[in-house]
Structures are given as C-alpha cells and as structure tokens.
Design a binder for this molecule. Structure first.
Ligand SMILES: NC(=O)c1ccc[n+]([C@@H]2O[C@H](COP(=O)([O-])OP(=O)(O)OC[C@H]3O[C@@H](n4cnc5c(N)ncnc54)[C@H](OP(=O)(O)O)[C@@H]3O)[C@@H](O)[C@H]2O)c1
Length: 261
C-alpha cells in the first residue's frame, strides 16, 4: 500500500496531481481549507480509481499546521509516506509598498516556511516507506525577479534552491526531490493574486491546463529529475533568463505585469 500526501489538493494543479497519483495506484492524503472540494475529490478518487482518500481541512498558515499534518499523516498511513507534494501556495500582485504587509507575510508562510516545516516533519515518514518522492511546486518566477510579484517570485526562488540543495543532501537515501516550476496555468491563481481581468486574459493566451502541468510534473518526479519547467514556451522563456542580462529580463517582466496595475 503506497500513500501520497498533497497540500493544496482542493483545486487547480494540486487536484490534478492528486488524480494523477491515484491513477498510478496511490492512496491519498488530501490537505487544503475547502472541505467540500476535498470531499468531492476523495469521492472521485474512490469511485474512479478505487483508491482510499482521506482529507484534512486545515488552514496551513496556522502556526501548528505542519505538526498537525504530520500527526494526522502518521495515523492515516502508519506504514509511511511514499510521496509528499508541497503544492499549496498563492501569489499577490501589486507594488510591494502598496500590498498589505501581513498578507505578504502570510503568503511567505504558506509558500516558503510551510514546505520547510512540513518536509522536516515528514521526512521520517518518507524514510519509513523505504523509497520516497518529494515534489515541490515552485514557478517559472523562481528563475527571475518579477516586478509587481516581487515577494511571490522570491518565495519560489527559495523553494527551487531549497529543493536542489535538499536533493543533493538526500542522494543515496532512497528519497528523490523534484521541483516543478509551472508557467501561467488556468487555475484560480490569478484571481487569488488579485490580478485584473486584462492581465488574466493575457496570461490565458499562453496558459497550460492544470492537468497537463500535473502530468508533466509526475513524470519528472518518478523519473527522478531535479527540476522541470513544463511546456516548451515556459522552458524557452526560463532558459533565456540565464543568458539575457537581468535588467532586460526584469524590464520585459515589468512590461507585462506592471502595465495593468
Ligand atoms: N496557476 C499558475 O499560473 C501557477 C504558475 C506557477 C506556479 N503556480 C503554483 O502552483 C501551486 C498551485 O496553485 P494553483 O495554480 O493550482 O492555484 P489554486 O487553484 O488557487 O490552488 C491553490 C491551492 O492551495 C490551497 N491553499 C491556499 N491557501 C491555503 C491555506 N492557507 N491553507 C491550505 N491550503 C491553501 C488552495 O486550497 P483552499 O483554498 O481550499 O485552502 C488550493 O487547493 C501554487 O504553489 C502556485 O504558486 C501556479
């Protein structure tokens, strides 16, 4: 019996990652705040894939969230965890000085502290299962600074760097770490970030579906890749950030993201 735990599983990329894992034969532990959406997903997993799915409706920005999840996971999967997916996260669009500081700190808690706390708390359970996979969901914003998404982009750069460092530390341990960095994807992300309809319409022109992003991410995870940027357009634009001068990359990003502020 193999079990996977996914944070932010109630919708979007996390929901598709959960479905992809169920399709591959994993029982699921689903975490997010929206209990009804988690219940609906658990039902779908049980009827479509005949896999067990348990849910925990929890605000993961609460101080004790990581230890609550770890205690719950140990109870639900005493044999250990085969997969941990740190997917829950959100962005905030706007000038740093104009955005509410508390909200930005809350975002950092979810995007950055929580994956560290949860990984620390759950590594023993990943070791217990013998072979383990850790998937961290970052963003193409991890590869460059993005004016008007400055704190969000920095949080994802942290996650990418953390993933790579930890992956190296865990070599030979049986635990493989992969960082998935999607570009624009058709989810609730833009709404939650407070992006206007014009900017969302621009993003939609180049967006991937959450199902395509999740499938590419799971293939990379089980192939033991260090990182994956799904989609050719995203790969090319993230690749360019390593050869084009940073000033120019930031000017182009500002041209897209600041235009609609
Ligand atoms: N969509 C994009 O364009 C895009 C691009 C690059 C990277 N990403 C990354 O992909 C990941 C998934 O985002 P998405 O695009 O699928 O967005 P989404 O549809 O808004 O999903 C976000 C998920 O995170 C959960 N979540 C948010 N706040 C939470 C909290 N306080 N406690 C527990 N769970 C919480 C949400 O569940 P509840 O609201 O039910 O709690 C939901 O399941 C994020 O890390 C995001 O940064 C997205």
């Amino acid at each position: 019996m193999k079990t996977a735990l996914i944070t932010g599983a109630s919708r979007g990329i996390g929901r598709e990652l959960a479905l992809g894992l169920a399709r591959r034969g994993y029982d699921l532990l689903l975490v997010a705040r929206s209990e009804n959406q988690l219940q609906e997903l658990a039902q779908q997993v049980q009827t479509t894939y005949q896999r067990q799915a348990h849910l925990l409706a929890l605000d993961l920005t609460q101080p004790e969230a990581a230890s609550q999840v770890a205690t719950w996971a140990a109870k639900q999967a005493p044999q250990g965890l085969a997969v941990l997916v740190n997917n829950a996260g959100y962005g905030l669009w706007g000038r740093f000085e104009k955005l509410n500081l508390e909200e930005q700190l809350n975002m950092l808690q979810l995007n950055l502290n929580l994956p560290v706390q949860l990984t620390y708390a759950l590594l023993p359970q990943l070791r217990l299962a013998g072979q383990g996979y850790l998937l961290n969901v970052a963003s193409t914003a991890a590869y460059q600074a993005v004016p008007s998404l400055s704190v969000y982009a920095a949080s994802k750069a942290f996650l990418l760097s953390f993933s790579r460092g930890l992956r190296y530390e865990l070599k030979g341990s049986g635990i493989s770490v992969t960082c998935l960095s999607p570009g624009a994807t058709t989810t609730d992300f833009g709404n939650r970030a407070g992006m206007g309809v014009e900017l969302q319409a621009v993003a939609n022109k180049v967006s991937m579906t959450p199902a395509a992003v999740a499938e590419a991410g799971l293939q990379a995870l089980f192939a033991g890749k260090a990182e994956l940027i799904p989609g050719i357009l995203n790969k090319v634009s993230a690749g360019l950030t390593s050869i084009v001068p940073k000033n120019l990359v930031e000017k182009i990003a500002a041209g897209i993201y600041e235009k609609y502020l």
